[in-house]
Design a protein around this ligand. Sequence first.
Ligand SMILES: Cc1cc2nc3c(=O)[nH]c(=O)nc-3n(C[C@H](O)[C@H](O)[C@H](O)COP(=O)(O)OP(=O)(O)OC[C@H]3O[C@@H](n4cnc5c(N)ncnc54)[C@H](O)[C@@H]3O)c2cc1C
Ligand code: FES
Length: 523
Amino acid sequence: METLCKSGRASPSRGLAAGRALAVRREGVTSAEEKLSQTAAVAASRLRGRVPEPPTPGSATGMDGDDTITAEVCKEADVGDGELWEVMVAGYPVLLVRNKKEFRALGSKCPHHGAPLSKGVLKRERLRCPWHGACFNIKTGDIEEYPSLDCIPSFKVTVEDGKVFVTAKKKDLESSLRVKDTSKRCLLNRETMLLLGGGVAALVCAETLRQEGFTGRIIMVTKEKHVPYDKSKLSKEMNLKAEDIYLRKPEFLDAHGIEFWMEKEAVSVDFQKQKVCFMDGSSQKYNRLLIATGSHSSFLKVPGADLQNVCILQTPEDSSKILELATGKNLVIVGASFIGMEIAAFLSDKAGAISVVEKKEFPLQNALGPQVGGVAMKMLQNRGVKFYMKTELSELKGKDGKVAEAVLASGEKLPADVVVVGIGVFPNSAFLKGTSIARDDSGSILVDLRMQTNILNVFAAGDVVSFPVALLNGDRSSIHHQQVAEAHGHTAALNMLKKDKELHTVPFFWTTMVGKTIRYAGE
Ligand SMILES: Cc1cc2nc3c(=O)[nH]c(=O)nc-3n(C[C@H](O)[C@H](O)[C@H](O)COP(=O)(O)OP(=O)(O)OC[C@H]3O[C@@H](n4cnc5c(N)ncnc54)[C@H](O)[C@@H]3O)c2cc1C
Ligand code: FES
């Protein structure tokens, strides 16, 4: 893999965790990532000389009564210090790591989207996933940095007569992930943790509460009709059904004693009475409250913005609707940020014509600068996408109530059967208006490094907050990344349990366009 630093120089793929580094690499889109077969992974590793040939006939491989398998996987002398190998145990790929001479064996696939971990980066006792930066402890397999929600299994390694053996249970080899142990709900514990939001920040908070031994009531509330889902896929794989991107099934939440209330919108909070009121007239008291209501796409403010088929992308329903409306038709995308560019990339071989309208000179310019933005633009131009840069939309014209034409500030007119707006977001915090909770001018809730708001027993996490960012010398900022929202949820849970833990994470973002992934770490 090559790392393209901001200077554009190629260097080995190190140091994603330090400062801001940017990586562009060739890989399949997410669906292709997931389909990467074990065979291909092993074959690729073998090409790099990191998968040993199978042990010679007669080498020890056995299974005992409780399905425990022991297999010789390689010679001790073959593996250098700091190396990551993919080896086979009873036909299953296992990651073998040698660190400071000691061997560790772990699940070989990242539980997030299935990246081959033998291509990751090892730093001290942490292994960083090559695709979206999740970090695992190589001693335990525990997840230490999101976006993966789950851990990887770890297996016993022994070295005898210069040969390396891995011992594992068959069921652990079959599953590429390990869900952390959790406490059970106990009805005698009358405490209630109320979590507003059904996104990743609230989900990680709920799971962390159980993992950390909380036995009281956990209620997650969302105004949507879905359990938490992988939002990052909405713009990258628009042909998936909502159920295909669920992060947890309803049965999982049930089994962990997490009550999940759907289609229930919070409309006000009485912080003194510790009570939240909902749109349906009901209310719920809490002992500790988490506000993780996320952010919402900004709306266009031009004449015609309320015409039919002018869309934003926020939910699985929006994603399916845009795909259906744009197939074979004229699509105009307003805003060339990540979401706009991902939609243009995904629909480039499906829509009749795609026009992208953007104020800046290059796409993704604010986040990645003109150089990388220029490369992304060229990639999409090669697929027929037309860019209208350094200009603005001045009006949308309609026919029979539906959008028909987009008029630019220059006067140029673009045919438009569907318009998708991706021009930024605002925090979902309007229901807190008039309360004493501290928010900034944009409406983001102000929290400290413990995700604590200015109100006792009230925490906030994810896209809805503005928090002190270490890389900005502690200045507050809102960072709309999945991994950051998860880290917030985790830290909030620990502090809701009075475990006094500060947020410690390096923001990491990825975007995928026509088989290429751009990743960056930093603010
Ligand atoms: C199309 C798209 C693509 C993205 N791609 C990436 C990517 O590739 N990588 C990346 O790192 N990040 C990506 N992001 C950003 C990432 O999804 C967010 O940063 C993350 O989802 C934030 O999590 P959250 O839990 O704070 O909020 P959300 O996931 O937005 O969840 C908020 C929840 O609160 C609910 N809610 C809101 N108001 C109320 C209310 N009043 N009452 C009850 N419930 C309410 C919502 O229905 C929702 O369930 C993408 C976002 C979008 C929209
Ligand atoms: S596949 Fe490992 S973090 Fe996404």
